[in-house]
Every structure is written in C-alpha cells, then in structure tokens.
Design a protein around this ligand. Structure first.
Ligand code: HEM
Length: 492
C-alpha cells in the first residue's frame, strides 16, 4: 500500500485488506475489545495515536483498508495545516455511513465550497445575533438552569444519600437550549415527544459509532440489510425524519416573516428573500434546513453536555479547587443574585478551571476528519488528493513542550502572576482554521453559566461510602466521563 504512493508521510506497516484499522475505528474497536470504557482505554486510543508520532514524526500516515489517513500531531503542525493551508485541508471526507445519513448536506460533513460557506455564514450570523440580540440566549440558558436546580434538589433528597446521576439533567437542559434556538420550543424534561426525540438521536448515534453498523463504512451495501441494527438504524432515521419534518412544516405554516421566532423561521425568511430576489438553484431549501437542524442538534448537545459533566466531575474530585471557584464567585456575585455573563471578565480562576478541564479531557479528541482537496506538498511530504486528515487535538493539549507537566490538573496554568486570565494559542478544544467549531461562542456561554450557576447554588461531593469516581473516558460520538453520581448540599 505504501509503495503505491510516492513520498507520503511515514507510518506503521498496514495489514493486508484492513490496513492499520485506525482512524475512525480505533476508539470503538478498543472499547469493544476491552470492555465498557476505562481511563486506560481513553489513554490507549489517544496514546497509540500520540505515541506513534514519537516513532514516525508529527506528520505520519495510517491506512484504513485502502484509505490513506494522515494524522497531524502537535500545535505547530495542526495550525500549519488547518490555518496556513486552509484551501487544501478544509474539505471533509466521504464516510459511507455519514454520507448515507446526511447526504453531505448541512454544515458538519458538507464538502468545502460555496454551499458550505454560505450555509455556515448564515447559521453563524444567526447564532451570533441570538447571542447578542433580542432573542438573547442568556435568559434561555438560565431558565434551563432553574429547572436543573429544582430537580437536582428533589432527586438528591429522594436518593437518600446514594447520589444523583447528573447526565440526564444536563443533557436535557443543553438539548433544550438548542431546541429553543432552532425550533423556538422548550420542552419539559419529562415531555413525551422531547424524550422520544432525544432517545432516538442517542440510539441513532450509539448504533452508528458502537455497533456492527460501523461496518457500513467498509461495506456500504450492509446499510440495506433488513435485519438487526441495520434495520433498526433505518427505522430510527425514519422516526427522526418524521418528527423534524412535522416541526419544520409547522414553522412554514405559522411563519410571520416580520417576527422570526427562531433559526428555522430565519431560514424560511432567507428562502423567501432569495426567491423574491429571483435567485435560482439556491441551496437554501426546506430540505436543506432539515439537515442543518440535525447537524446543530448533534454537534451542539453531546459536546456541551460532556464538557459540563467532565467539569463537575473534576470539581468533585478536587474539592479544594471547587472551594476556590465558589469563593471567587461569592466574592464577585455575592449571595443575592445568580451569576450572569457580565461576571465573566471578573471570574478568571473560574474561567481558568473550565479551560483546564477542557484541555485535559478534549471531548472531540481527534476533531472531525478533514480531507485534502488536492495533492499537495506539506512539510516535505506529498499528501495525495482524497487523503483523510486527522487533527490530533489530544496531542496538542498534552504536548510537554507547550504545557508544563501536561497530565496534571492545574487551572493556574491559565493565569498570569497577577491572577489575570491568559489566552493560550495552543488551547484549541474547538479546533482551528476555517472549520473551527461554529458553536464555540454558544458553548462557552453554556459552560460558563452552567458551571457558575450550579457551583454558586450547591456544594458537590462524592456520596458517602461510595468509591471515588474515576476519571474514566468512554468513546461515543465524543469523549464522555463514565457514569457517576454526586450528592449536593445547598450553599448559604
Ligand atoms: C465542529 C468542538 C459545541 C456546532 C466542531 C469541531 C470541534 C468542535 C473540535 C471540529 C472542528 C474541525 O473540523 O476542525 C466543540 C466543543 C463543543 C462544541 C468542544 C462544546 C464544548 C458546539 C455547539 C454547536 C456546535 C454548541 C452548535 C450549536 C458545530 C458545527 C461544527 C462543529 C456546526 C462543524 C463546523 C464546520 O464543519 O464548518 N466542534 N463543539 N458545536 N461544531 Fe462544535
């Protein structure tokens, strides 16, 4: 295989047929092989990819079947490729299962080009306007947090000391933010329709990343098999489609162009404006909106939920840091109001703590795969057109030349001598370059408000008599902590 390409980056020798079985498959393969997820697994998958760089250099290659993958390691290399050569390295590869489900529409897996650019620009601007304008996200996020707090107290009492699993509460609140933003609707966390939609999405993702359906990526025809997970995947896809299309149709029927309620309405207004301007063949269609909604749901829920769960887990495991964050919040906010976004600049230690957890846990550790859109020379190697490019963000955040003692949890590394927040260029949990996360601002808002609000209200601790929850990661779509429970007590 290697001999078929001249001057490609070095790498381990691939096996016949399956290649190095790396890239998309390593995480789930390791999880399957070694059980339900452990820190060793998380480290193993990432360490394998990061360690390979020690042998082969920061730019090395792997094969998945016959597909050539180039893994980029370390900040300089990742930045060089994605920021300095954006025209070559901003495309997305065709991953058969993803292509079947998304038709390469939407934003996340859309090919790099004018359609992606225009759709992304529209959604990005709309999100930004919601963040700042009359449909401000802050009250919406705070409303969800009110519900979490009440529920958390109730469940904590009912658990009689056994502790509460935070995952469903956080996941519902985060999903509700996306729902309000896109569909103008908040759902009660026990709402049947809402739970059904979340359940379907979770099941669909689980099948895609953690079942024999993964084989669709090697043998796409398997998708059509009328039994097992293949049949279930098609059913889940149909159910989600019916659900979302019904909501989209309702938006169309009740649209008041002068008074858009959410992103779906703004999208319809854009369609109408383009039609009025006589634009023909535009990608802005009701069909495309369906894929945009799916993308924002998938990209915006699991990532944010797991980041919040990781931060709260670290707070339980490092009670001294939890105390310090709470003391800072009390100092700035006091005890008579809830924290707000306007406090952000005055809470550097809290911000540094959030960033340090994001650095260590990297919920999207290998980014989303990119693809070389033309054959190019990069750092002395030839990267053929169609090569899948994997930015190893994990390696960037653990690079000992950039971070002192990179495995240690130390929020102060993000502070200067006067305790002011340091912005570090090599901190890139949202990626870098033209494909950088489109929801970065929203996610940062959600992380800040959720963490400050919960830590302001409660003290979190490990339930008595239970073992300390380990810092374990599980691969799904993103890197999630293993399930854990906490006890809360109201503060002051
Ligand atoms: C892409 C991280 C939250 C929407 C990405 C990428 C990363 C990332 C690493 C890939 C960048 C690349 O391809 O190089 C995160 C993290 C989040 C988060 C860590 C939370 C803590 C969100 C939210 C939304 C969102 C809340 C939307 C509401 C997107 C979209 C893309 C993306 C649409 C694809 C961008 C493109 O292909 O042009 N995110 N994300 N993300 N994210 Fe996020």
């Amino acid at each position: 295989k290697r001999r078929a390409f001249a001057n490609i980056p070095p790498g381990p020798t691939p096996w016949p047929v399956v290649g190095n079985f790396g890239g998309y498959f390593i995480p789930s393969f390791i999880q399957k092989r070694f059980g339900q997820g452990s820190v060793r697994e998380m480290k193993t998958a990432m360490d394998i990819l990061t360690k390979l760089a020690e042998h082969h250099g920061n730019v090395y290659s792997l094969f998945v079947g016959n597909q050539l993958l180039v893994v980029l390691n370390g900040f300089d290399v990742v930045k060089d490729a994605l920021s300095n050569h954006p025209e070559v390295f901003s495309d997305r590869p065709e991953i058969p299962a993803v292509t079947i489900l998304t038709k390469r529409k939407g934003i996340v897996f859309a090919p790099y080009g004018p359609i992606w650019r225009r759709q992304r620009k529209f959604c990005h601007t709309t999100l930004r306007n919601f963040g700042l304008g009359k449909l401000s996200m802050e009250p919406c996020i705070l409303k969800g947090l009110g519900t979490i707090k009440t529920e958390l107290l109730r469940l904590n009492e009912e658990s009689t000391g056994a502790g509460v699993d935070l995952a469903p509460l956080i996941s519902n609140a985060v999903s509700n933010v996306i729902c309000s933003l896109i569909l103008g609707q908040r759902f009660h966390h026990e709402d049947h329709e809402f739970c059904t939609l979340l359940g379907l999405m979770a099941r669909g993702l689980e099948i895609c990343v953690n079942s024999p359906a993964l084989l669709i990526n090697i043998f796409p025809l398997l998708y059509h098999l009328p039994f097992g997970v293949f049949k279930e995947l098609k059913q889940v896809e149909r159910d989600i489609t019916v659900f979302l299309k019904r909501i989209i149709a309702k938006h169309r029927e009740t649209l008041d162009p002068g008074n858009p309620r959410d992103l779906a309405d703004m999208y319809f207004v854009e369609i109408l404006e383009q039609q009025a301007a006589g634009e023909v063949g535009s990608s802005f269609t009701e069909d495309y909106l369906f894929y945009i909604i799916g993308d924002l749901f998938i990209a915006g829920t699991d990532t944010t939920t797991n980041s919040i769960l990781w931060i709260l887990l670290y707070m339980v495991l490092y009670p001294d840091i939890q105390d310090r964050v709470q003391a800072e919040i009390d100092d700035v906010v006091g005890r008579h109001r809830v924290p707000s976004l306007s406090d952000k600049g005055s809470l550097p230690f809290t911000e540094a703590t959030i960033m340090e957890v994001q650095r260590l846990t990297v919920v999207v550790p290998l980014g989303i795969p990119h693809m070389a859109s033309e054959t190019t020379e990069f750092r002395g190697y030839t990267i053929p057109k169609g090569t899948v490019i994997v930015p190893n963000l994990w390696s960037v955040h653990r690079d000992p030349t950039l971070w002192d003692d990179p495995d240690t949890f130390n929020p102060s590394r993000f502070l200067d001598n006067e305790g002011k927040l340091l912005r570090k260029e090599c901190f890139i949990p949202f990626g870098i370059g033209r494909r950088v996360c489109m929801g970065e601002q929203l996610a940062k808002m959600e992380l800040f408000l959720t963490i400050t609000s919960l830590l302001h209200a409660f003290k979190f601790r490990v339930p008595e008599g239970t073992p300390t929850p380990p810092l374990l990661g599980r691969f799904g779509l993103t890197l999630a902590p293993c399930p854990y429970t906490v006890c809360v007590s109201t503060r002051g």
